[in-house]
Design a protein around this ligand. Structure first.
Ligand SMILES: [Zn+2]
Length: 154
């Protein structure tokens, strides 16, 4: 719903991509892990996969690691191809005071729902967004804001 890489409000998918750079004795690995939008999945897949393909192979461990990383990246990428693209009008969501006022009467029932065992953030955010007249991304922002401020108090 909110991309953890670029922050845009768009459909996201959980992905993990790995990159390996082999350098004879040492090797440098990196990974990206999170809920990403299709644009960021695309960008990270190509960057990390091409880097591993070109620079991944020097050193002994680096002969074993790159094929595993490459296979993982390719499978994850293939699974994400069917996801909906980032909408053209997609923006990074923001909360205005007006939105906060709209959301605040619903906060209690919102958190009540989130504490249910089968709670699904995406589903709940969509449901409340429709009911309140804001976007699901703004609901997620509001939840984050309230969670952070209650953390600061304790
Ligand atoms: Zn993104």
């Amino acid at each position: 719903m909110i991309c953890q890489s670029c922050g845009i409000e768009a459909p996201t998918k959980q992905v993990t991509f790995y990159q390996n750079i082999g350098a004879l004795v040492v090797r440098f690995s990196q990974s990206v892990d999170g809920l990403l939008c299709k644009n960021c999945i695309h960008k990270n897949f190509w960057k990390m996969t091409l880097t591993t393909l070109v620079l991944g192979w020097w050193g002994i461990i680096s002969l074993i690691v790159p094929p595993i990383f490459l296979l993982n990246n390719i499978f994850r990428y293939l699974f994400s191809l069917s996801m909906p693209p980032v909408p053209e009008q997609a923006v990074v969501p923001e909360l205005t005071d007006d939105d906060r006022r709209k959301i605040s009467p619903h906060v209690e029932s919102l958190f009540h729902r989130l504490n249910e065992e089968t709670a699904d953030l995406t589903e709940i955010a969509n449901e409340f967004a429709t009911r309140i007249g804001v976007t699901p991304g703004q609901i997620v922002l509001a939840i984050r804001e309230i969670a952070l401020s209650s953390q600061a108090e304790t």
